[in-house]
Design a binder for this molecule. Structure first.
Ligand code: FMN
Length: 324
């Protein structure tokens, strides 16, 4: 398949692995890139820009294909060293950056100057248009189904993607709820030029996380995610567990007066405990509704191969037969 996204990033298949905190490290990013997609290292998982430089070097040892880095701009009290991370990206020769969270305007000139292409992930048409206006090269359109932060508008991809196709001139990919060849063909039909996956890549052999995390995704159905932190306008879609239900109970009790400190126990410092120690009830961790479509833990290469051949067969056989 050749789309504006495969051309932009110099990749074989229009499949991107979204940034994932504590997951998007060199082994997964390299596996995705080696399989012909675009793997992404998640900058903020590395505690310093120096550690990000090391991770970029490690990824380069594992693949000679293009890979990218995710830069998530989140409202946090202590701001990470973003200029340092940007320097590490440029000095590491990385040519693709996925930005997410707040407006990436500040980092665009220096990244563009270094020949880096920017794909900004956002959950609404107005943010996508803004990203296009400030010069982002592509958009990742993240629907309400997605694992992680779906925003506050709650528009699912069956509406959001065609709306993006109506409004955007730059290429965009479909993010949220993507799992297989059917997702890819549907995304292309709705106007996207590729797909971005988080949860599906988390349940692969190469994802550098505890087996319990992968097993939990395989066990989960499409009914098992919850939206937390909505009262704080920082909504996150997570897999339900004891801590998540406790958190939702507090959100109901405190109502609009809730503050971050009230739920800090269920959120702060939770990711390493879940992802590396396999403590599945430690707190809230991102997971998409697409868990309901995931029932195996393949290698990344097998997964991408399967998606591409399924998409090919849907287009060449099923759809061709319908119109033919
Ligand atoms: C465990 C996990 C952690 C994530 N962490 C981040 C992150 O740090 N930054 C970011 O931009 N997106 C993050 N995401 C969102 C993904 O990049 C992607 O947009 C999302 O998973 C797409 O929806 P899907 O899970 O239905 O494929 C995370 C998703 C998951 C599942």
């Amino acid at each position: 398949m050749k789309t504006r996204i495969t051309e932009l990033f110099g990749i074989e298949h229009p499949i991107v692995q979204g940034g994932m905190h504590c997951v998007g490290l060199a082994p997964l990013a390299a596996a995705v890139s080696n399989a012909g997609g675009l793997g992404i290292i998640t900058a903020l998982t590395l505690p310093t820009p120096e550690k990000l430089s090391e991770e970029i070097r490690r990824c380069r040892e594992l693949t000679d294909k293009p890979f990218g880095v995710n830069l998530t701009f989140l409202p946090s009290v202590k701001q990470p060293d973003y200029p340092g991370y940007v320097r590490a990206i440029i000095e590491g020769g990385v040519k693709a950056v996925e930005t997410a969270g707040n407006n990436p305007e500040k980092v665009l000139p220096v990244l563009h100057e270094a020949g880096v292409k920017i794909i900004h992930k956002c959950t609404s048409i107005r943010h996508a248009l803004k990203a296009e206006r400030i010069g982002c090269d592509a958009i990742s359109v993240d629907g309400f189904e997605c694992g992680g932060h779906p925003g506050e508008d709650d528009v699912p991809n069956f509406i959001l993607l065609p709306r993006a196709a109506q409004e955007l001139k730059v290429p965009f990919i479909a993010s949220g709820g993507m799992a297989d060849g059917r997702s890819l063909v549907a995304a292309l039909a709705l106007g996207a030029e590729g797909i971005n996956m988080g949860t599906r890549f988390l349940a692969t052999r190469e994802a550098p996380v505890h087996q319990n995390v992968k097993d939990a995704i395989v066990r989960a159905s499409e009914l098992d995610t919850r939206l937390v932190m909505r009262p704080l306008r920082n909504t996150e879609r997570v897999l339900t567990n004891a801590a998540v239900e406790r958190m939702l109970q507090k959100e109901r009790e405190f109502g609009s007066s809730i503050q971050f400190k009230d739920i800090a126990d269920e959120v702060a410092g939770v990711y390493p405990r879940v992802m590396y120690d396999g403590e599945m009830d430690a707190g809230a961790w991102s997971c998409g509704m697409v868990a309901g479509l995931i029932d195996d833990i393949p290698s990344v290469a097998d997964l991408i191969e399967r998606i591409m051949s399924e998409a090919d067969s849907i287009i060449q056989r099923r759809l061709a037969a319908i119109v033919g």
